[in-house]
Design a protein around this ligand. Structure first.
Ligand code: SAM
Length: 291
């Protein structure tokens, strides 16, 4: 599912922690693996660059950013290289260990603190961070609606008033497309329930896909995503389809020449704030403000 087709694992109960522990260093590679994942990264960092407060000069106080569900630290390292002080938390201890290694390799260890943590119960005081990121789908792995509302409230609680908060999640329509493309023979029974409520659960996978599956997740529709964020007290300033029309085209783009890939990148940039394109995207980003 999502970026993980061909890497499915039947050995877990589809819990995200076990999945990402096993996924290991492949998670670091994820955002630089092919033209489509690079679009996810480039489009996300465009909005981070636009909406983050300026990085401090030497004499100014540091700007603190939380990277919740930060995994192996791709964004944390990018932010630290830009002069921010980053605290990364992730459910997976293996990902946290990789994030520490990567920050050290890239010479930004003093700007990155990485620790095991759960976005549903953040161990930080209110108003701790000048900006908050929760990117690449951590909130999609919180399948229970009430727990997801708690997680969103946590992201808001730890951010200072007016802070920018960047959240990206997995799109439901792209999940369905994934099953149609890669799992039609053995998983088509998942289509109707996921279309209805977005939930890809161990129970459903056991019933409709012989228990073979990815980590449990919730796929969002764009209206629902916006509604949940607003209910948590965020003003949603932008919704962005990070891959939009290029969603699930990894195989096609791998065969394409550089000029063709560049044309696709351009059209994805052009359409990225089109609401229909957001709804079709593998990952949708919300740029929010704490009200
Ligand atoms: C696809 S990765 C995205 C990582 C990274 N932010 C990125 O954009 O590449 C999702 C991450 O969310 C983490 N995660 C899932 N549920 C979480 C939770 N409740 N609290 C913290 N992290 C969680 C997983 O362990 C995994 O590392």
């Amino acid at each position: 599912m999502s970026d993980k087709e061909g890497e499915r694992d039947s050995g877990t109960d589809l819990d995200p922690e076990g999945y990402y522990d096993e996924f290991g260093a492949a998670e670091w590679e994820r955002l630089d693996r092919d033209p489509v994942t690079r679009m996810e990264f480039e489009n996300t960092t465009d909005y981070l660059a636009e909406y983050l407060p300026d990085a401090p000069d030497a004499e100014e106080r540091s700007v603190r950013i939380l990277d919740a569900g930060g995994a192996a630290g791709r964004y944390a390292c990018w932010l630290a290289e830009g002069g921010y002080d980053v605290t990364l938390v992730d459910l997976s201890a293996a990902q946290v260990a990789i994030a520490r290694e990567k920050a050290a390799e890239r010479g930004v260890a003093e700007r990155v603190t990485a620790e095991r943590g759960d976005v549903r119960d953040l161990r930080f005081a209110d108003d701790t961070f000048d900006a908050v990121c929760c990117l690449g789908g951590p909130l999609s792995h919180v399948v229970d609606d009430d727990e997801r509302a708690t997680a969103m409230a946590e992201l808001r609680r730890v951010a200072v008033p007016e802070a920018p908060v960047f959240v990206s999640v997995i799109g439901r329509l792209a999940m369905l497309r994934d099953i149609v493309t890669f799992g039609l023979d053995d998983s088509h029974g998942l289509l109707a329930p996921i279309a209805r409520d977005g939930d890809y659960t161990a129970e459903r996978v056991a019933e409709h896909a012989d228990g073979e599956g990815w980590a449990e997740c919730h796929g969002f529709r764009v209206d629902e995503f916006e509604r949940e964020l607003e209910a948590a007290g965020f003003a949603v300033e932008k919704l962005v389809g990070l891959e939009n029309v290029a969603s699930r085209t990894k195989c096609e783009l791998a065969e394409a020449d550089d000029e063709a890939v560049e044309s696709v990148r351009e059209v994805v940039r052009t359409l990225r704030e089109d609401r229909t394109a957001v709804d079709c995207s593998e990952h949708m980003l919300a740029v929010c403000r704490v009200e």
